[in-house]
Ligand binder design. Structure first.
Ligand code: ADP
Ligand SMILES: Cc1ncc(COP(=O)(O)OP(=O)(O)O)c(N)n1
Length: 268
C-alpha cells in the first residue's frame, strides 16, 4: 500500500525550501506527496523578495479536498504565516483526525525575512502544538516558543520540557544555528528520555532549506511506520548527505541536494 504524506506550507520559488523541498524529500523517500499551499514567496538563494499569503479558506479547502479522498499517513506543517492560517491547519487536522503530525514552526528565513507574524506564535502554541507528534524548532524558534534563552544543552533540555508541557508529544531542537560547534547536534525529547543525534558540522553557506528538508524526511519516515526516534535518525542521515553533496547553484545561500541520500543508498 502506497504511503501518503501531506505538507501544509509555503511555496519557495527557488525550490530549496518550503513545499518544493518537502515534496522532493517525500518523493526521494518513496512516499506520495501532497500539499496545501499557505503562501507564495518570491524567493531565491539571495533571499525572500516577496510574501503573498493565501486566505485561510483557501488552505481549509485544499486540506478538505485531501481529507475527503486521500487521507495522509503523516502530515507536516511549515510556513503558516498568520494566526488565521494556523487555525485553519489545526481545524483540518482535528476534523479529519490526522495522526503523525510534524510541526516545523517556521518563523524567520535565514536571510532574516519573517515567514510567521510575531503575534501568531500564541496561536501556534494554543492550537497547533497540542496536536503534534513531534515539533522541530531551531534554536531561535524554541526561544520564541518558550521565552527562555538557549545557550547550552541544559537550556535546550529545559526548552524541550516546556514545549512537551505545552502538548507536543515529542520535541526535537535542531542544532544548525550553533555555528562554532564541531558537531551539528539535535536534541530529541519524548517526555521521558533525551537523545542526541550528532553529525559532523559542515562548513558551508549552502544550507537554504535544511529545516524543511529535515522535517519532511522525518514526516516521510513516520508515514512509512517508523518510530519518531527511527525517523529522526533517517532524517539526520538524509540532511547530512544533502548538505555534504552540495549543488553550488545560485549566487547566495544555495539549496541542499535532495537526491544525495538515495544516491548513497544505491552505492551501498
Ligand atoms: N552546517 C551544517 N552541518 C551539518 N548539519 C547541519 C548544518 N546546518 C544544519 N544542519 C542540520 O540540518 C538540520 C536543520 O537544522 P537547522 O539548520 O537548525 O534548521 P532551520 O533550517 O529550521 O534553521 C538539523 O539536523 C541540523 O543539525
Ligand atoms: C516557503 C518557505 N518555507 C520555509 C522556509 C524556511 O526554510 P528553512 O528550512 O528554515 O531554511 P532557511 O530559510 O532558513 O534557509 C523558507 N525559506 N521558505
Amino acid at each position: 500500500m502506497v504511503k501518503k504524506a501531506l505538507t501544509i506550507a509555503g511555496s519557495d520559488s527557488g525550490g530549496g525550501a518550503g513545499i518544493q523541498a518537502d515534496l522532493k524529500t517525500f518523493q526521494e523517500l518513496g512516499v506520495f506527496g501532497m500539499s496545501a499551499v499557505t503562501a507564495v514567496t518570491a524567493q531565491n538563494t539571495l533571499g525572500v523578495h516577496g510574501v503573498f499569503p493565501l486566505s485561510a479558506d483557501a488552505v481549509s479547502a485544499q486540506a478538505a479536498a485531501i481529507g475527503e479522498d486521500l487521507p495522509p499517513d503523516a502530515v507536516k506543517t511549515g510556513m503558516l504565516f498568520n494566526a488565521e492560517i494556523i487555525l485553519a491547519a489545526a481545524e483540518s487536522i482535528e476534523k479529519f483526525g490526522w495522526k503523525n503530525v510534524v510541526i516545523d514552526p517556521v518563523m524567520i528565513a535565514k536571510g532574516g525575512s519573517a515567514l510567521l507574524q510575531s503575534e501568531a506564535v500564541k496561536a501556534m502554541v494554543d492550537h497547533l502544538i497540542p496536536l503534534s507528534a513531534v515539533i522541530t524548532p531551531n534554536i531561535p524558534e524554541a526561544e520564541a516558543i518558550t521565552g527562555i534563552t538557549i545557550k547550552n544543552v541544559e537550556d535546550k533540555k529545559e526548552a524541550c520540557r516546556i514545549i512537551h508541557n505545552l502538548g507536543a508529544a515529542s520535541c526535537l531542537i535542531k542544532g544548525g544555528h550553533e555555528e562554532n560547534a564541531e558537531e551539528s547536534a539535535d536534541l530529541l525529547y519524548d517526555g521521558k528520555v533525551f537523545s542526541i543525534l550528532k553529525s559532523k558540522r559542515i562548513d558551508t553557506r549552502h544550507t537554504h532549506g535544511t529545516g524543511c528538508t529535515f522535517s519532511a524526511a522525518l514526516t516521510a519516515e513516520l508515514a512509512k511506520g517508523s518510530t519518531i526516534a527511527e525517523a529522526a535518525q533517517t532524517a539526520k542521515h538524509f540532511i547530512q548527505a544533502a548538505i555534504e553533496e552540495t549543488l553550488e547553484i545560485g549566487e547566495g545561500h544555495g539549496p541542499t541536494n535532495h537526491w544525495a541520500f538515495q544516491k548513497r543508498m544505491r552505492q551501498l
